[in-house]
Design a protein around this ligand. Structure first.
Ligand code: XUL
Length: 525
């Protein structure tokens, strides 16, 4: 049986073909491309469009639709036999982004012609030509209004898992309805990136899974359904515009005629798509409480499974519904890979040069600190971007490389303390987990062994594993999450980095100084 997992991240689309044959699982194909390279006609940089205002970050939904076409064509060309034997599909997508469809959308999706590319047939179904994505931080006023209407930050966090965050879909919808009331009135349906892409595959409006619905400030975490008061506090007539919420393992439809005819594919179930972070939880195999994973991607995230929703008192992180039916805690940093690249490029380095700089500099950087807020930051909340240095010469390339990596690891450690987990092991994933020098800083900072997955894209692997789990469940066979997480999803058992006591002690002190520096720059010092 062959399962297709897709991951539509901020910068790229990735696919994994997973074969499950009794107890044996293997990756029989994988493919990835960036939107900038494969679809330059959309004019994105790192998958996004920006203007002069650093708080506004959007992407073209039609680019994601065309990317699905490009991907299916590539998969069928490279793995024709496997694609003909496809059993089910699921996906993961960057979280929070919203796609606004008008009255034409349903009938258009139901009657796509297999002879024409999909994107060319969707040009007039959008009531908003762009989708605000998770990097957008322009909805501050909407956050304040929603928070105030629903009893304040803590009350909102207890109900939905998070206080109002600018990138969350509810505040984004409110900001859109206020700024463009005419376009909002023309909006028939609002999808998350995940449910939009699932709808393109099925040719009908797809439900939103509970994991990704947790990133909206609109779902009641305990009931797993939209929270009526939050819908009302966000925008008029919102209930009618949102798809239903379903458990993550739900089959939301079957592969539509467009894909079957155009690529000669079988009529397979499509399992609900989820957000990339909930999907990574499955892909890293950390389905039990007490384990933590760090994903070093466009965003850096730290997350772990939770049996009961425990929100942070100071509003730092998020609690999401997990695809396993439980919960997950998470903290998110916007200045992830783009900040590492920014430092790499500012000093004319390549990745080997970046690693060499880490090797040549002392642990703790002689006390040199950097707050790498090149973009407005999510954690802690920073509206006006800027990098701040302490004891650090901006001209010293190697010291700045160490400073950005140590800063990111200190922020990950400090701002995940609210989860109350002191892990003996950290599961590292995402592009930058290929860099062993970065993982050594992680091991010393967390005083934990670091395990790395052989498969770098855990969100995509999670999607393929969820396709398997959901398809089997629909067929009446229940595969446990322990079984799903075993084997191909589990990281290799030998740590790739182990903590060194001397450096653990040094970082324990530096983490406090970093927190003080952060507070002083935020104006609370
Ligand atoms: C999660 C978040 C990011 C995006 C990036 O809350 O904002 O991790 O999901 O893909």
């Amino acid at each position: 049986m062959i399962y297709l997992g897709l991951d539509a991240s901020t910068q790229s689309l990735t696919a994994i073909l997973l074969e499950v044959d009794g107890a044996r699982r293997s990756i029989v194909g994988d493919h990835s491309f960036t939107y900038d390279d494969a679809l330059p006609q959309y004019g994105t940089t790192h998958g996004v469009l920006r203007n002069d205002d650093p708080s506004t970050v959007v992407s073209p939904p039609l680019m994601w639709a065309e990317a699905l076409d490009v991907m299916m064509a590539a998969l069928v060309e490279r793995w024709p036999a496997e694609m003909r034997r496809l059993t089910a599909i699921s996906g993961a997508a960057q979280q929070h982004g919203s796609v606004y469809l008008n009255d034409h959308a349903d009938s258009r999706l139901a009657s796509l012609s297999a002879r024409l590319p999909i994107a060319s047939q969707l040009a007039d179904i959008l009531s908003r030509p762009v989708a605000p994505i998770w990097m957008d931080s322009s909805a501050s006023q909407a956050c304040r209004e929603i928070g105030a209407a629903l009893g304040g930050d803590h009350a909102l966090a207890r109900r939905t898992g998070s206080r109002a965050f600018e990138r969350f879909t509810g505040p984004q919808i409110r900001a859109f309805a206020q700024r463009e009331p005419g376009a909002y009135a023309e909006t028939r349906r609002i999808h998350l990136v995940s449910s939009f892409l699932a709808s393109l595959l099925t040719g009908a409006p797809a439900s939103i899974d509970r994991g990704d619905a947790s990133g909206t400030n609109l779902m009641d975490l305990r009931t797993g359904q939209w929270w009526p008061e939050a819908l009302e506090a966000t925008a008029d007539g919102l209930r009618d515009r949102l798809p239903t919420v379903v458990a993550s393992s739900t089959v939301v439809g079957t592969l539509g005629g467009y894909w079957r005819e155009r690529y000669r594919l079988p009529e397979v179930p499509v399992v609900a798509w989820t957000g990339d972070n909930p999907s990574s939880l499955i892909g890293t195999g950390i389905v039990r409480e007490g384990q933590l994973a760090v994903s070093l991607g466009t965003s850096d995230t730290i997350f772990g499974a939770m049996r009961q929703p425990r929100v942070s008192a100071n509003g730092t992180g998020h609690v999401f519904a997990s695809p396993t039916g439980g919960f997950m805690g998470m903290t998110v940093f916007k200045n992830g890979s783009l900040a590492r690249e920014r430092v790499r490029d500012a000093y004319g380095l390549d990745w080997p040069g970046f690693s060499a700089a880490l090797r040549s500099t002392p642990v703790g950087n002689g006390g040199g600190l950097l707050l790498p807020w090149f973009d407005p930051e999510i954690t802690p909340h920073v509206a006006v971007p800027g990098a701040h240095r302490h004891n650090l010469d901006a001209a010293d390339a190697a010291a700045n490389v160490r400073a950005v990596v140590e800063a990111q690891m200190m922020a990950l450690a400090n701002h995940s303390a609210w989860m109350g987990v002191r892990p003996a092991v950290i599961y590292a994933t995402g592009g930058a987990s290929a860099n062993i020098e970065i993982l050594q800083v992680m091991a010393d900072m967390f005083d934990a062994d670091v395990l790395r997955q052989d498969i770098g894209n855990s969100a995509c692997l999670g999607a393929a594993l969820r396709a398997w789990h959901g398809e089997r469940l629909a067929a009446g066979e229940s595969v446990t999450w322990e079984e799903v997480a075993a084997g191909v999803g589990a990281p290799s058992s030998a740590p790739v980095a182990r903590p060194i006591a001397e450096y653990v002690n040094l970082y324990a002190d530096l983490k406090c100084r970093y927190a003080e520096f952060e507070q002083s720059q935020l104006g609370h010092g």
